[in-house]
Design a protein around this ligand. Structure first.
Ligand code: MN3
Length: 381
């Protein structure tokens, strides 16, 4: 048996497939794989990695998958129960949660309750359930290793600084494909344009979130929970080159940053091999490819999703769940051709204004608020 045994939730997505490359390079055993509905890709992964159990989230894909892998000895489960089973397998030492969206919250909690090391790529987990998740992790003594490149950079910059106070975080943002554009110029943006990210290759939901800067808003909230920060301790810096992945300023005003090629395999691997650094299949940085690095403040009036996220976490309570749910619904409608690009930010902002806050809430409240926020957007459109 290898030193680490990994269960990967979201294995057919961008993070999941790169995580499997890392597992292969490191010789880590893979005990579980979970996908939404990419049956043929999951079949390939089953044949290559021989997991004991897999989850196909969408139940309508179950029969197809079952027939395709009838000759393999793999157990197949479905739905949210299946996803939570994959998050708490006896064999697993580590769970990588890279599912897309709010559906990642319950499997995160299941992994923590089962006392698995958690490599977390699902930012909606902390955006909606930050307090629940961190309390559960503390109670169960479970470490959370960030996979998101910015949060990994912050985590890496903090190594060797136990007990040293963070003055400020510089959270870098590529600015996405529409950096510098005005609202007028963004009126006729197409789905294809929004999905054409300059530096990072990712799935459709997160690429759209990068174009609206919602992604940076979610990361802002994620950083507050992961590193126990106040909103005014986080400065968002548009850094077009995506070479500096984020930085930490300490009380003595020393700023420690992590640099690298924009390749997710590096932060994915660090989350899986921490505290060790091992040879990685990720790209090397050639610093001479970047003779100049640029830094600017984000435009929160044009990119209202970012403003909505900052306002939601400033007020706290259940409001981050409102903006997240509203955004998930709005992005789905945009990708479906039902609303315009600018509508996303306007709808998210409108949801934030329309919901009452809740200071104390349970997992059930989070799930219900998420549904209400989605319904609110569907009713408006
Ligand atoms: Mn990121």
């Amino acid at each position: 048996m290898s030193e680490k045994v990994i269960s990967i939730l979201g294995s057919t997505g961008s993070i999941g497939t790169q995580a499997l490359e890392v597992c292969q390079a490191q010789g880590f055993e893979v005990c579980g794989l979970a996908a939404n509905r990419s049956v043929s890709k999951l079949e390939e992964q089953i044949r290559l990695f021989h997991p004991k159990k897999v989850c196909i989230y969408d139940e309508s894909c179950y029969e197809d998958l079952k027939q395709r892998v009838a000759d393999c000895s793999v157990e197949i489960v479905t739905g949210m129960d299946g996803l939570c089973e994959l998050a708490s397998m006896d064999e697993a030492t580590t769970v990588l949660n890279s599912v897309v969206g709010m559906i990642g919250l319950q499997p995160t909690l299941a992994a923590i309750e089962a006392k698995k090391d958690l490599a977390l790529a699902n930012k909606e987990t902390l955006v909606t359930g930050g307090k629940l998740v961190l309390n559960a992790a503390k109670q169960n003594n479970v470490p959370i290793y960030p996979v998101d490149s910015e949060h990994s950079a912050i985590f890496q910059s903090l190594q060797g600084n136990e007990g040293n106070k963070i003055e400020k975080i510089l959270l870098t943002a590529s600015g996405g494909p529409f950096y510098g554009k005005t609202r007028e110029e963004l009126q006729s943006v197409t789905v294809a344009q929004a999905l054409n990210h300059p530096n990072w290759s990712m799935g459709a939901k997160i690429t759209t979130d990068s174009a609206t800067l919602m992604n940076k808003g979610l990361e802002f909230i994620e950083a507050m929970w992961l590193f126990d920060l106040q909103p005014d301790q986080i400065e968002i810096v548009v850094h077009r080159e995506s070479v500096i992945h984020s930085a930490v300023e300490f009380e003595d005003h020393a700023v420690i940053a992590q640099l690298g090629a924009p390749d997710m395999k590096i932060p994915i691997q660090y989350a899986l091999t921490y505290p060790a650094r091992k040879p990685c299949p990720g790209k090397r940085l050639n610093i001479f490819d970047y003779p100049t690095l640029s830094f600017a403040k984000p435009d929160e009036e044009t990119f209202r999703c970012l403003k909505a996220c900052k306002e939601a976490i400033r007020q706290g309570g259940i409001l981050p769940t409102v903006v997240n749910g509203a955004n998930e619904q709005a992005v789905a409608l945009f990708l479906d051709g039902k609303i315009s690009f600018l509508d996303i930010g306007d709808l998210v902002w409108s949801a934030l204004q329309s919901f009452d806050n809740l200071d104390h809430f349970t997992l059930q409240d989070i799930l219900e608020t998420d549904q209400k926020a989605r319904a609110y957007i569907r009713d408006l459109v």
